[in-house]
Design a protein around this ligand. Structure first.
Ligand code: AMP
Length: 419
């Protein structure tokens, strides 16, 4: 594996897997170019060092080739605007035009391939199988796509001299462009700056956190967070549990939770987390009060109740004022902070105050010298909603990839570069 800062790109064509999976409006304009901006430093580095660039990405989840809705042609202007360099659009990934364009690429030039997921070979999963396909038919289709995937990867690799993976968000997928292609560049493969930043931030938190280390885990369900909670319990000094999963914990301990979201099948898991925390001396901070509503709606009537004594007909949709205060105080006393998952239904302004208080406390702790990492789709949306993204140490771009990396799983996109 090579390092982007020291690699000699002079006269080399670099194929870069970026994450240009950006949101588009009905006029196919980019509505949030965060991911495009994130990719710019890596692209510029190659160009400044005398290389040329072939960009490749997926966009959305197209089910067939050439579905214009998902064409990367829509984002060319947005990339040019941020990069300040003309971007040539190849129109496909495999055709003559793409191959010619790559072959004729001169130092300083940039081209963009079409959406990789227009090709079933990118993910290596068969398409268009009938609903009633037999197991044999499924196996045959899979074999076929795997066989043509080899050609697909080989062709992509043939365009370039060096491979850079800068798409952390898809690093947990063993796809053609995220992992398989790396084999064609045994001595010329590396991470881009987005990848380096992500891995460094997560390693800092998981391997050598300044203490005390608190993880704030919110969201709706215990079941979707259990693996990460268990992993974090090997690392943290305290755990703030918020959001909808609070009520599963309350009910498991005999509390009354009215109509709040609850997973009774997770009661044993919740109780075992509490027992394990006690055994290991990990402090668990849970919301003692809740902002309750008589309907899951912005127009609902509200009242504050103890989180373990919510009347029938009411549900906890945010943390209450006492919890806001105790969460804040706890967060301010910590030196490493990881936040995954909102502590209320932050999409509705009426129930966003708790998550906002958490975001503000994290920003304040960061200003006092704590290291803070925000990750997982909804907490990122949350920190952006409150305009505090630049007041925390690091905002991760990879939801699923971040969680899998933290859980200790080997990400195919990372392993392919490191091996
Ligand atoms: P997750 O993807 O597991 O992080 O869950 C995020 C979702 O949890 C958001 O859409 C929130 O609206 C939701 N959520 C947070 N708190 C609650 C709550 N008290 N009741 C229901 N949903 C919640």
């Amino acid at each position: 594996m090579q390092a982007i800062d020291s690699y000699d790109f002079k006269g080399k064509r670099a194929i870069i897997r970026v994450d240009f999976n950006v949101p588009l409006n009905e006029k196919f304009e980019v509505t949030d170019d965060t991911r495009i901006r994130a990719a710019i430093p890596t692209i510029k580095k190659v160009l400044e060092k005398g290389g040329s660039v072939i960009l490749m990405s997926h966009l959305g989840r197209p089910k067939k080739n050439n579905d214009d809705k998902f064409s990367l042609s829509h984002i060319v202007t947005a990339v040019e605007k941020r990069l300040g360099v003309k971007v040539m659009f190849a129109g496909d990934c495999m055709g003559e035009k793409a191959a010619e364009m790559a072959k004729n690429l001169k130092p300083g030039e940039v081209m963009l391939l079409e959406n990789l997921r227009f090709y079933a070979e990118e993910e290596g999963k068969p398409r268009g199988l009938a609903d009633d396909a037999t197991d044999e038919e499924k196996a045959a289709a899979k074999k076929e796509v795997k066989a043509s995937q080899k050609e697909f990867v080989k062709k992509l690799a043939s365009y370039a001299d060096v491979y850079i993976n800068d798409a952390f968000g898809t690093a947990h997928r063993a796809h053609a462009s995220t992992a398989l292609i790396a084999d064609y560049f045994p001595n010329d493969k590396m991470f881009g700056y987005v990848m380096n930043g992500e891995l460094k931030a997560i390693d800092q938190v998981m391997e050598s956190p300044a203490r005390p280390f608190v993880a704030i885990i919110g969201g709706s369900k215990v079941s979707s967070k259990i693996t990460i909670i268990e992993k974090l319990m090997e690392k943290v000094d305290s755990l703030i549990i918020g959001g909808g999963m609070t009520y599963t914990f309350m009910a498991a301990q005999g509390g009354k939770i009215g109509g709040s979201i609850c997973e009774p099948d997770q009661f044993p898991v919740a109780l075992s987390i509490l027992a394990k925390a006690k055994e290991k001396g990990i402090k668990i901070v849970m919301a003692e009060d809740a902002l309750c509503a008589d309907a899951f709606s912005e127009d609902a009537n509200t009242q504050v109740c103890p989180s373990n004594d919510i009347p029938d007909g009411w549900e906890g949709l945010d943390i209450g004022p006492k919890a806001k205060e105790s969460f804040r105080e706890h967060i301010l006393g910590c030196k490493t902070i990881l936040w995954n998952g909102p502590v209320g239904v932050f999409e509705m302004d009426k129930f966003a105050e708790g998550s906002k208080a958490v975001a503000v406390a994290i920003a304040d702790a960061t200003a006092k010298g704590a290291y803070s990492l925000i990750g997982g789709g909804d907490s990122v949306a949350c920190i952006n909603k409150f305009g505090l993204a630049d007041k925390v140490s690091y905002v991760s771009t990879g939801g699923g990839a971040l969680l899998e990396y933290m859980e200790g799983k080997e990400l195919p996109g990372v392993a392919a570069i490191r091996k």
